[in-house]
Design a protein around this ligand. Structure first.
Ligand SMILES: [Ca+2]
Ligand SMILES: [Ca+2]
Length: 219
């Protein structure tokens, strides 16, 4: 291979690698998990879990641009017993991400669609990073495509709680997805065995108290 061509291929590869490492990631079943949360209100899941189907139907869209058709193998349908009741979903991203876009595939009609989603975002230490209430649009018809909701924040998110409600108790949707960048500064747990400044101050006060008590005993 001539030198010029080799150099061109080399720099071309560099460009691809550079782009790939900075590219946003679509979070779905291949890199995150979801489960039904204990905060889910009394209600029924109708035919959501028929024939061994799981809640992974929430995160099975292959991309943010994927189109899904409404049927019993693709959607989630929950009915709360009372108005205000809802379905709680717990997402675990595995590591911290800065979310840039939320994607929501809603049902196509008002009588079953999701009307409000309350999101709560936590970092790797389960510390609150932010909250967001979303009123998703009706899904497109007949093929349901995601509504893309840009988010300026939150940063450093590992865990997400979503509480989905319908004004008429019905919660029917296809998928929830997130486009995000891996956070540059992953939150680290405190190092065990290294006392915090507060602990050191208390220890100091304790020593002073001990010496004071000793002197009084001797005196
Ligand atoms: Ca689905
Ligand atoms: Ca509705």
């Amino acid at each position: 291979m001539p030198i010029k061509k080799t150099a061109a291929v080399f720099f071309g590869l560099l460009a691809i690698v550079g782009t790939a490492s900075a590219a946003p990631v679509y979070l779905n079943i291949s890199n995150i998990t979801v489960e039904v949360g204990p905060g889910t209100s009394p209600g029924s899941f109708n035919n959501t879990f028929n024939s061994g189907q799981t809640i992974n139907k929430v995160i099975d869209a292959p991309s943010a641009a994927a189109e899904e058709f409404h049927n019993q193998t693709t959607h989630i349908w929950y009915t709360a017993e009372q108005v205000g009741g809802g379905l709680e979903l717990l997402f675990d991203f595995g590591l911290e991400y800065d979310i840039t876009t939320l994607h929501f595939w809603n049902y196509t009609g008002e009588s079953f669609d999701v009307d409000t989603v309350d999101f709560t975002f936590y970092n790797a230490l389960d510390q609150l990073q932010g909250t967001l209430a979303v009123n998703p649009a009706l899904g497109s018809s007949p093929g349901i495509q995601a509504e893309d909701i840009p988010l300026a924040a939150p940063l450093n998110v590992r865990y997400v709680t979503a509480f989905l409600t319908g004004d008429n108790r019905q919660v029917d949707f296809q998928n929830i997805g997130f486009t995000a960048d891996v956070s540059d500064d992953q939150t680290q747990p405190p190092t065990p065995g290294v006392p915090s400044p507060g602990t050191l101050a208390l220890l100091g006060l304790g020593l002073i108290g001990y010496r004071f008590a000793n002197r009084r005993e001797r005196g």
